[in-house]
Design a protein around this ligand. Structure first.
Ligand SMILES: [Fe+2]
Length: 262
């Protein structure tokens, strides 16, 4: 594996929210990018087959959305998510999609690729999640990730994954066919990672600016990324029984108020 030691360029920050660019330095998997002996990113090719997943994703209903910047994207969430009172979800819960077991299984396999090659970083990451009080019940299989999102054909402007637990790693698996562009760009390191089918990333996405470069998709082609992460707000998720009781109390109070019963 190629080891890359790099120093962060402070001017990289000026790219934030702008469209991602193909930068001059090209990084090809497998590599590990370090800054001051800290692992910023591991990138490799997953050895396991992704064929069962491709079928599931082909049938998946994606949610279309548009960001305030006008950027359109399609995605679908799965796994454990915190309560969202504004949307009337008052308990931490599991978002289930068809074929979720396959998404969990490939997540487990990919995670163990990381765990076996980066024992120290993996242990430190697990400690961070444990210390954060994120319960085992809200973790995907044997991993430390609570949640996932599948992105379809989405070029993403430069951003931080601000919802992630501080200094935690997330994991991303890309499947692609008939796609040009769609690379992962890291402006603070002046580099773009050339992404091929089954490219796997372990990445501190909260602390490092990243973006997906514009892409061209041929007929019948696709670029899918499956991102596994642990959100800071998962710290608030209590045992399921408490979550359900709390949600029921909130709903009960609001219903009684509506019908005028104290
Ligand atoms: Fe991201």
């Amino acid at each position: 594996m190629h080891i890359v030691r790099a120093k962060r360029l402070p001017e990289g920050k000026k790219f934030l929210l702008k469209p991602a660019k193909e930068l001059e330095t090209r990084l090809l998997p497998p590599f590990a990018l370090y800054e001051n002996d800290e692992l910023v990113m591991y990138c490799g090719i997953l050895s396991a087959s992704t064929n069962p997943l491709k079928k599931i994703i082909k049938e998946m209903d994606f949610m279309k959305a548009e960001r305030s910047t006008g950027l359109k994207y399609e995605s679908r969430c799965f796994g454990y998510y915190p309560a969202m009172g504004a949307r009337n979800f008052h308990a931490c819960r599991e978002l289930v999609v068809p074929g979720i077991e396959a998404l969990y299984e490939i997540g487990n396999r990919a995670y163990y690729t990381f765990a076996s090659e980066f024992t120290q970083e993996c242990a430190a990451n697990r400690k961070r999640i444990d210390d954060g009080g994120i319960k085992n019940a809200y973790r995907i299989g044997g991993t430390t990730f609570a949640s996932g999102i599948v992105n379809k054909n989405s070029a993403l402007n430069y951003h931080y994954d601000r919802n992630n637990l501080r200094k935690s790693y997330n994991m991303m698996l890309v499947m692609r066919k008939g796609c040009t562009g769609g690379n992962l760009s890291l402006p603070e390191f002046g580099a773009t990672v050339e992404v091929e089918d089954r490219t796997l990333f372990i990445f501190r996405a909260r602390e490092n600016i990243h973006g997906v470069t514009p892409m061209k998709i041929a007929k019948g082609g696709y670029r899918i990324s499956i991102v596994y992460f642990t959100a800071e707000r998962m710290k608030k998720c209590r045992a399921a029984k408490k979550e359900f009781k709390n949600a029921r109390d909130i709903m009960d109070r609001s219903t009684r108020k509506k019908v005028g019963i104290n």
